[in-house]
Design a protein around this ligand. Structure first.
Ligand code: NDP
Length: 283
Protein backbone atom coordinates (compact mmCIF):
# COMPACT_ATOMS: atom_id res chain seq x y z
CA UNK A 1 0.00 0.00 0.00
CA UNK A 2 1.43 3.40 -0.97
CA UNK A 3 1.98 6.47 1.18
CA UNK A 4 -0.55 9.22 0.65
CA UNK A 5 0.77 12.60 -0.48
CA UNK A 6 -1.63 14.77 1.46
CA UNK A 7 -2.04 17.98 -0.54
CA UNK A 8 -4.53 19.38 1.94
CA UNK A 9 -2.06 19.18 4.82
CA UNK A 10 0.87 20.42 2.75
CA UNK A 11 -1.17 23.31 1.32
CA UNK A 12 -1.98 24.38 4.89
CA UNK A 13 1.77 24.56 5.60
CA UNK A 14 2.38 26.62 2.44
CA UNK A 15 -0.48 29.00 3.25
CA UNK A 16 0.86 29.38 6.79
CA UNK A 17 4.29 30.29 5.36
CA UNK A 18 2.59 33.05 3.36
CA UNK A 19 0.51 34.12 6.36
CA UNK A 20 3.65 34.48 8.50
CA UNK A 21 5.35 36.62 5.82
CA UNK A 22 2.28 38.82 5.41
CA UNK A 23 2.11 39.28 9.19
CA UNK A 24 5.75 40.34 9.17
CA UNK A 25 5.08 42.88 6.39
CA UNK A 26 2.15 44.30 8.33
CA UNK A 27 4.18 44.40 11.56
CA UNK A 28 6.81 46.46 9.74
CA UNK A 29 4.07 48.88 8.66
CA UNK A 30 4.13 47.73 5.03
CA UNK A 31 1.24 47.76 2.60
CA UNK A 32 -0.89 44.59 2.62
CA UNK A 33 -0.41 42.52 -0.59
CA UNK A 34 -3.53 42.42 -2.76
CA UNK A 35 -4.88 39.76 -5.13
CA UNK A 36 -7.60 40.68 -7.59
CA UNK A 37 -9.65 37.86 -9.10
CA UNK A 38 -11.84 38.49 -12.13
CA UNK A 39 -14.69 36.12 -12.92
CA UNK A 40 -16.88 36.39 -16.01
CA UNK A 41 -20.31 34.77 -16.01
CA UNK A 42 -21.86 32.20 -13.73
CA UNK A 43 -19.99 28.93 -14.42
CA UNK A 44 -20.63 27.01 -11.16
CA UNK A 45 -17.21 25.28 -11.12
CA UNK A 46 -15.45 28.63 -11.70
CA UNK A 47 -17.46 30.20 -8.90
CA UNK A 48 -16.28 27.50 -6.48
CA UNK A 49 -12.62 27.92 -7.57
CA UNK A 50 -12.83 31.71 -7.24
CA UNK A 51 -14.48 31.52 -3.83
CA UNK A 52 -11.69 29.21 -2.61
CA UNK A 53 -9.00 31.56 -3.95
CA UNK A 54 -10.55 34.59 -2.26
CA UNK A 55 -10.95 32.61 0.98
CA UNK A 56 -7.31 31.51 0.88
CA UNK A 57 -6.13 35.08 0.32
CA UNK A 58 -8.18 36.23 3.30
CA UNK A 59 -6.72 33.41 5.41
CA UNK A 60 -3.17 34.55 4.66
CA UNK A 61 -4.02 38.12 5.64
CA UNK A 62 -3.75 39.46 2.10
CA UNK A 63 -6.36 41.74 0.64
CA UNK A 64 -8.55 40.10 -1.96
CA UNK A 65 -10.75 41.82 -4.48
CA UNK A 66 -13.35 40.08 -6.58
CA UNK A 67 -14.46 41.59 -9.85
CA UNK A 68 -17.55 39.75 -11.12
CA UNK A 69 -18.48 40.61 -14.69
CA UNK A 70 -21.63 39.48 -16.51
CA UNK A 71 -21.46 36.64 -19.07
CA UNK A 72 -22.17 39.16 -21.83
CA UNK A 73 -19.32 41.54 -21.00
CA UNK A 74 -17.44 42.51 -24.15
CA UNK A 75 -13.82 41.59 -24.72
CA UNK A 76 -12.96 45.30 -24.86
CA UNK A 77 -14.57 45.95 -21.49
CA UNK A 78 -12.68 43.05 -19.91
CA UNK A 79 -9.39 44.23 -21.43
CA UNK A 80 -10.06 47.77 -20.16
CA UNK A 81 -10.67 46.37 -16.68
CA UNK A 82 -7.36 44.48 -16.79
CA UNK A 83 -5.48 47.55 -18.00
CA UNK A 84 -6.94 49.56 -15.10
CA UNK A 85 -5.77 46.89 -12.62
CA UNK A 86 -2.33 46.84 -14.25
CA UNK A 87 -2.10 50.57 -13.49
CA UNK A 88 -3.52 50.27 -9.96
CA UNK A 89 -0.51 50.48 -7.64
CA UNK A 90 -2.43 48.83 -4.79
CA UNK A 91 -2.98 45.58 -6.76
CA UNK A 92 -0.14 43.02 -6.81
CA UNK A 93 -1.74 40.01 -8.50
CA UNK A 94 -4.37 39.72 -11.22
CA UNK A 95 -6.06 36.43 -12.00
CA UNK A 96 -8.73 35.97 -14.65
CA UNK A 97 -10.61 32.74 -13.96
CA UNK A 98 -10.71 30.50 -17.03
CA UNK A 99 -12.54 29.35 -19.07
CA UNK A 100 -14.00 32.56 -20.47
CA UNK A 101 -17.19 32.80 -22.56
CA UNK A 102 -16.65 31.87 -26.21
CA UNK A 103 -16.86 35.46 -27.53
CA UNK A 104 -13.74 36.41 -25.55
CA UNK A 105 -10.26 35.52 -26.80
CA UNK A 106 -8.45 33.98 -23.81
CA UNK A 107 -5.05 34.52 -25.35
CA UNK A 108 -5.68 38.27 -25.70
CA UNK A 109 -6.81 38.40 -22.08
CA UNK A 110 -3.74 36.55 -20.77
CA UNK A 111 -1.47 38.76 -22.88
CA UNK A 112 -3.11 41.89 -21.43
CA UNK A 113 -2.19 41.08 -17.82
CA UNK A 114 1.04 42.75 -16.74
CA UNK A 115 3.69 39.97 -16.42
CA UNK A 116 4.63 41.51 -13.05
CA UNK A 117 1.08 40.85 -11.77
CA UNK A 118 0.53 37.54 -13.61
CA UNK A 119 -0.02 35.29 -10.57
CA UNK A 120 -1.12 32.37 -12.78
CA UNK A 121 2.20 32.44 -14.64
CA UNK A 122 0.41 32.16 -17.99
CA UNK A 123 1.73 35.36 -19.66
CA UNK A 124 4.11 34.61 -22.57
CA UNK A 125 6.95 36.42 -20.84
CA UNK A 126 6.61 34.20 -17.74
CA UNK A 127 6.28 31.10 -19.95
CA UNK A 128 9.46 32.15 -21.78
CA UNK A 129 11.13 32.70 -18.41
CA UNK A 130 10.25 29.15 -17.35
CA UNK A 131 11.67 27.61 -20.53
CA UNK A 132 14.78 29.80 -20.53
CA UNK A 133 15.43 29.17 -16.84
CA UNK A 134 15.00 32.84 -15.87
CA UNK A 135 13.56 34.29 -12.69
CA UNK A 136 9.80 34.31 -13.36
CA UNK A 137 6.38 33.52 -11.94
CA UNK A 138 5.77 29.77 -12.23
CA UNK A 139 2.29 28.43 -13.00
CA UNK A 140 0.55 27.36 -9.76
CA UNK A 141 -0.44 23.76 -10.50
CA UNK A 142 3.00 22.66 -11.80
CA UNK A 143 4.70 24.46 -8.90
CA UNK A 144 2.31 22.68 -6.53
CA UNK A 145 3.18 19.33 -8.12
CA UNK A 146 6.88 20.02 -7.50
CA UNK A 147 6.24 20.93 -3.87
CA UNK A 148 4.36 17.63 -3.41
CA UNK A 149 7.27 15.75 -5.01
CA UNK A 150 9.73 17.56 -2.73
CA UNK A 151 7.73 16.44 0.29
CA UNK A 152 8.64 12.80 -0.50
CA UNK A 153 12.33 13.58 0.01
CA UNK A 154 13.13 11.58 -3.16
CA UNK A 155 15.98 13.00 -5.27
CA UNK A 156 14.57 13.35 -8.79
CA UNK A 157 18.00 13.46 -10.46
CA UNK A 158 18.30 10.64 -12.98
CA UNK A 159 14.75 9.39 -12.40
CA UNK A 160 12.45 8.70 -15.32
CA UNK A 161 9.42 10.99 -15.20
CA UNK A 162 6.41 10.43 -17.44
CA UNK A 163 3.95 13.29 -17.78
CA UNK A 164 0.66 12.28 -19.39
CA UNK A 165 -0.86 15.39 -20.97
CA UNK A 166 0.83 18.24 -22.85
CA UNK A 167 -1.29 21.31 -22.12
CA UNK A 168 0.37 24.70 -21.77
CA UNK A 169 -0.97 25.12 -18.23
CA UNK A 170 -0.06 21.74 -16.74
CA UNK A 171 1.67 19.05 -18.82
CA UNK A 172 4.38 21.08 -20.54
CA UNK A 173 5.40 23.23 -17.53
CA UNK A 174 5.45 20.19 -15.19
CA UNK A 175 7.75 18.45 -17.67
CA UNK A 176 10.09 21.46 -17.75
CA UNK A 177 10.22 21.72 -13.95
CA UNK A 178 11.05 18.00 -13.75
CA UNK A 179 13.73 18.49 -16.40
CA UNK A 180 15.19 21.28 -14.27
CA UNK A 181 15.63 18.66 -11.53
CA UNK A 182 17.60 16.47 -13.95
CA UNK A 183 14.87 13.87 -14.35
CA UNK A 184 14.62 12.16 -17.74
CA UNK A 185 11.32 13.23 -19.24
CA UNK A 186 8.74 11.51 -21.40
CA UNK A 187 5.64 13.49 -22.36
CA UNK A 188 2.73 11.26 -23.34
CA UNK A 189 -0.50 12.44 -25.01
CA UNK A 190 -3.55 11.22 -26.90
CA UNK A 191 -1.42 9.94 -29.81
CA UNK A 192 1.06 8.04 -27.66
CA UNK A 193 1.36 4.43 -28.79
CA UNK A 194 1.09 1.97 -25.89
CA UNK A 195 0.50 4.41 -23.04
CA UNK A 196 0.66 1.53 -20.53
CA UNK A 197 4.20 0.55 -21.52
CA UNK A 198 5.32 4.21 -21.43
CA UNK A 199 3.81 4.77 -17.98
CA UNK A 200 5.36 1.58 -16.58
CA UNK A 201 8.83 3.12 -17.10
CA UNK A 202 8.00 5.99 -14.77
CA UNK A 203 9.66 6.50 -11.42
CA UNK A 204 7.50 9.62 -11.32
CA UNK A 205 4.15 9.52 -13.09
CA UNK A 206 2.14 12.72 -13.46
CA UNK A 207 -1.35 12.43 -14.96
CA UNK A 208 -2.85 15.66 -16.32
CA UNK A 209 -5.42 14.48 -18.81
CA UNK A 210 -9.03 14.92 -17.72
CA UNK A 211 -10.11 11.27 -18.19
CA UNK A 212 -11.46 9.57 -15.09
CA UNK A 213 -9.46 6.51 -14.08
CA UNK A 214 -7.27 6.46 -17.22
CA UNK A 215 -4.22 5.31 -15.25
CA UNK A 216 -4.71 1.87 -13.72
CA UNK A 217 -2.52 -0.17 -11.38
CA UNK A 218 -1.08 -2.31 -14.19
CA UNK A 219 0.40 0.90 -15.73
CA UNK A 220 2.36 1.82 -12.61
CA UNK A 221 5.93 0.77 -11.83
CA UNK A 222 6.14 -0.67 -8.30
CA UNK A 223 7.25 2.06 -5.86
CA UNK A 224 6.63 4.94 -8.28
CA UNK A 225 5.44 8.38 -7.19
CA UNK A 226 2.04 8.97 -8.78
CA UNK A 227 0.69 12.52 -8.98
CA UNK A 228 -2.89 12.91 -10.13
CA UNK A 229 -3.66 16.38 -11.48
CA UNK A 230 -6.95 15.40 -13.10
CA UNK A 231 -10.28 16.64 -11.81
CA UNK A 232 -13.25 14.80 -13.26
CA UNK A 233 -16.85 14.76 -12.16
CA UNK A 234 -18.50 11.34 -12.19
CA UNK A 235 -22.17 10.94 -13.20
CA UNK A 236 -23.07 10.57 -9.48
CA UNK A 237 -21.51 13.99 -8.79
CA UNK A 238 -18.36 12.73 -7.04
CA UNK A 239 -14.95 14.13 -8.01
CA UNK A 240 -12.21 11.80 -9.14
CA UNK A 241 -8.82 12.05 -10.78
CA UNK A 242 -7.20 10.54 -13.87
CA UNK A 243 -5.68 7.83 -11.70
CA UNK A 244 -7.66 4.82 -10.54
CA UNK A 245 -6.75 5.25 -6.89
CA UNK A 246 -7.79 1.77 -5.69
CA UNK A 247 -5.59 -0.20 -8.10
CA UNK A 248 -2.69 2.30 -8.32
CA UNK A 249 -2.33 2.68 -4.55
CA UNK A 250 -1.61 -1.07 -4.37
CA UNK A 251 1.49 -0.58 -6.54
CA UNK A 252 2.78 2.98 -6.14
CA UNK A 253 5.22 4.13 -3.45
CA UNK A 254 3.45 7.47 -3.06
CA UNK A 255 0.16 8.69 -4.49
CA UNK A 256 -1.97 11.84 -4.36
CA UNK A 257 -5.69 11.53 -3.68
CA UNK A 258 -8.43 13.43 -5.53
CA UNK A 259 -9.80 15.49 -3.94
CA UNK A 260 -7.15 16.56 -1.43
CA UNK A 261 -4.02 16.25 -3.57
CA UNK A 262 -2.92 18.69 -6.25
CA UNK A 263 -6.07 20.88 -6.09
CA UNK A 264 -5.35 22.52 -2.72
CA UNK A 265 -1.68 22.92 -3.67
CA UNK A 266 -2.68 24.99 -6.71
CA UNK A 267 -4.43 27.50 -4.48
CA UNK A 268 -1.59 27.56 -1.93
CA UNK A 269 0.97 28.26 -4.68
CA UNK A 270 -1.29 31.03 -5.97
CA UNK A 271 -0.87 32.69 -2.57
CA UNK A 272 2.93 32.25 -2.83
CA UNK A 273 2.86 33.80 -6.30
CA UNK A 274 0.84 36.79 -5.10
CA UNK A 275 3.31 37.40 -2.29
CA UNK A 276 6.19 37.00 -4.74
CA UNK A 277 4.67 39.56 -7.15
CA UNK A 278 4.25 41.94 -4.20
CA UNK A 279 7.86 41.46 -3.08
CA UNK A 280 9.20 41.96 -6.62
CA UNK A 281 7.13 45.12 -7.06
CA UNK A 282 8.23 46.75 -3.83
CA UNK A 283 11.90 45.80 -4.15
P1 NDP B 1 -6.21 19.69 -21.54
O1 NDP B 1 -7.52 19.17 -22.02
O2 NDP B 1 -5.74 21.02 -21.99
O3 NDP B 1 -5.07 18.61 -21.93
C1 NDP B 1 -5.29 17.27 -21.76
C2 NDP B 1 -4.11 16.50 -22.28
O4 NDP B 1 -4.37 15.12 -22.10
C3 NDP B 1 -3.82 16.71 -23.76
O5 NDP B 1 -2.44 16.91 -23.94
C4 NDP B 1 -4.30 15.43 -24.41
O6 NDP B 1 -3.52 15.01 -25.51
C5 NDP B 1 -4.06 14.42 -23.31
N1 NDP B 1 -4.94 13.27 -23.46
C6 NDP B 1 -6.27 13.25 -23.70
N2 NDP B 1 -6.73 11.98 -23.77
C7 NDP B 1 -5.67 11.19 -23.57
C8 NDP B 1 -5.49 9.79 -23.54
N3 NDP B 1 -6.53 8.96 -23.69
N4 NDP B 1 -4.26 9.31 -23.33
C9 NDP B 1 -3.20 10.14 -23.15
N5 NDP B 1 -3.31 11.48 -23.17
C10 NDP B 1 -4.53 12.00 -23.38
O7 NDP B 1 -6.28 19.58 -19.96
P2 NDP B 1 -5.49 20.39 -18.80
O8 NDP B 1 -4.04 20.12 -18.90
O9 NDP B 1 -5.98 21.76 -18.73
O10 NDP B 1 -6.08 19.63 -17.53
C11 NDP B 1 -5.87 18.25 -17.34
C12 NDP B 1 -6.67 17.80 -16.13
O11 NDP B 1 -6.15 18.47 -14.98
C13 NDP B 1 -8.15 18.15 -16.15
O12 NDP B 1 -8.87 17.13 -15.48
C14 NDP B 1 -8.25 19.43 -15.36
O13 NDP B 1 -9.52 19.61 -14.77
C15 NDP B 1 -7.19 19.16 -14.31
N6 NDP B 1 -6.61 20.37 -13.72
C16 NDP B 1 -6.45 20.35 -12.37
C17 NDP B 1 -5.87 21.41 -11.74
C18 NDP B 1 -5.69 21.32 -10.26
O14 NDP B 1 -5.49 22.33 -9.64
N7 NDP B 1 -5.73 20.12 -9.69
C19 NDP B 1 -5.46 22.61 -12.46
C20 NDP B 1 -5.58 22.49 -13.89
C21 NDP B 1 -6.15 21.41 -14.47
P3 NDP B 1 -3.48 15.84 -26.91
O15 NDP B 1 -2.59 17.01 -26.65
O16 NDP B 1 -2.90 14.87 -27.86
O17 NDP B 1 -4.90 16.23 -27.22
Amino acid sequence: MSKILDGKALSAIVKDEVKAEVAEIVARGGRVPCLCVIIVGENPASQVYVRNKVKAAEYTGMESRLVALPEGVSEDELLAQIRALNEDASVDGILVQLPLPKHIDEEKVIDAISPAKDVDGFHPSNVAGLWLGKDCILPCTPAGVMRLLDSTGVDLCGKTAVVVGRSNIVGKPVAKLLLDRNATIVIAHSRTADLSAVCRQADVLVAAVGRAGLITGDMVKPGAIVIDVGINRLPDGRLCGDVDFASCSEVAGWITPVPGGVGPMTIALLMKNTLRCYQKRIS
